[in-house]
Unconditional design. Structure first.
Ligand code: NAD
Ligand code: UFG
Length: 361
């Protein structure tokens, strides 16, 4: 079975490629490398001992996407796909798409809303149109816990009310709605919407990990760069929340656990479930200061920090009820916060400047 992974060179995408290959899926990656390096895919090949078919293209480029679907159909059937949907249907050897490609920084989305709507919404529409053209109607979509806004209760269940406060979050919520409309119009689509909580950590090999451009926005990569001396200290955004120690609480999930959530979501798609939505989290909240202490243990160094005012738009606490994914996908996160910090440190200390490649795009 062949899986097209959009955004497969990125942080979560590269880790998911490892798990997919491990579980025996064939992987094709499309990525424009706007926030990643092709070196990540070479490292995935080194980890798995398998070659990955990679296409450097923008998902908004329908001609380029078509080529990827068409190439595969020609390789297997030696027929020229026609323009009509029914003539392409069945001629394509891609069985499902896992769709990671998009922009993801909340603050940047406020500054550059058009880029976010274009990459995320227009990009997804282009992908869906080409999938429809080739009769590929199985999709796993990367959504986010950000669609729950400031939750009225904890832990968060999938049927909680949805609300968003920034362009990035709106793209995720809009895409969820688009996917539901698509399924209403054609029930032969099968779509798994995965709402990620806070992905952290790195593959245990230390060969791949999160490699943000510039100064990191997110907590763990920031702490990791303080630990290797690239940044002088951590800013802790507020210690006056109504939480265990006053700092923000999040559901940090190891990226390899998150990745295996995707390999579990795939077989479910082939049981014709329609549109299904799952939280991917551990079900446990940890505070910012708990993460700082766990990271200090993992790296054996002190992490200097300063308490600064709250960051605009942050909520006090957020963690998942992951029981639906456990029940329906037989998936559960198993790695501890200690392991998340150890693996982040292993990646960061072995690769102090990340993939050390000039980012393109
Ligand atoms: P990432 O930036 O590392 O990966 C995204 C990949 O998509 C990158 O390799 C980038 O080059 C590529 N890309 C972006 N726009 C593209 C386009 N128009 N055409 C082709 N490729 C394009 O981010 P990630 O952390 O791996 O996130 C993957 C997905 O998960 C995103 O959709 C993100 O919104 C979602 N998500 C991430 C988090 C998180 O905290 N990391 C949380 C919730 C949801
Ligand atoms: N934090 C700091 N200092 C920093 C960075 C973060 O104190 O330098 C704190 C934040 O205030 C928050 C916690 O660490 O309390 C986690 O912050 P992150 O930026 O790492 O993560 P968020 O929970 O804000 O957001 C992340 C992704 C979003 C996604 C959301 C889903 O960045 O894209 O998880 O839950 F939508």
């Amino acid at each position: 079975m062949k899986i097209l992974v959009t955004g497969g060179a990125g942080y979560i995408g590269s880790h998911t490629c490892v798990e997919l290959i491990k579980d025996g899926w064939d992987v094709v990656v499309v990525d424009n490398l706007s926030n990643s390096s092709s070196e990540a895919l070479q490292r995935v090949e080194a980890i798995t001992g398998r070659t990955i078919e990679f296409h450097q293209a923008d998902i908004r480029d329908k001609a380029a996407l078509s080529k990827i679907f068409k190439t595969r159909s020609e390789m297997h059937h030696h027929v020229e796909p026609k323009n009509e949907e029914q003539n392409n249907t069945g001629n394509c050897s891609i069985d499902a798409v896992i769709h990671f490609a998009g922009l993801k920084a909340v603050g940047e989305s406020v500054e550059m809303p058009l880029e976010y709507y274009s990459n995320n919404i227009t990009g997804t529409l282009a992908l869906l149109e080409v999938m429809r053209e080739y009769g590929v109607k199985n999709l796993v979509f990367s959504s986010s816990a950000t669609v729950y806004g400031d939750p009225h209760a904890l832990p968060i269940k999938e049927d909680f009310p949805l609300s968003v406060t920034n362009p990035y979050g709106r793209t995720k919520l809009m895409i969820e709605e688009i996917l539901k409309d698509l399924h209403v119009s054609d029930p032969s689509w099968n779509i798994s919407i995965l709402r990620y909580f806070n992905p952290v950590g790195a593959h245990k090999s230390g060969k791949i990990g999160e490699d943000p451009l510039g100064i990191p926005n997110n907590l763990l990569p920031y702490i990791a760069q303080v630990a290797v001396g690239r940044l002088p200290f951590l800013n802790v955004f507020g210690n006056d929340y109504n939480t265990v120690d006053g700092t923000g609480v999040r559901d940090f999930i190891h990226v390899s656990d998150l990745a295996s959530g995707h390999t579990k979501a795939l077989p479910k798609l082939f049981t014709n479930p329609g549109v299904v939505t799952y939280n991917l989290g551990t079900g446990r909240g940890h505070s910012v200061m708990e993460l700082v202490r766990a990271f200090e243990k993992a790296c054996g160094r002190e992490i200097p920090f300063k308490i600064v005012p709250r960051r605009a738009g942050d909520i006090a606490a957020c963690y998942a009820d992951p029981s639906k994914a456990q029940k329906e996908l037989d998936w559960k996160a198993t790695r501890t916060v200690e392991k998340m910090c150890q693996d982040t440190w292993n990646w960061q200390s072995n690769n102090p400047t990340g993939f050390n490649k000039i980012h393109t795009g």
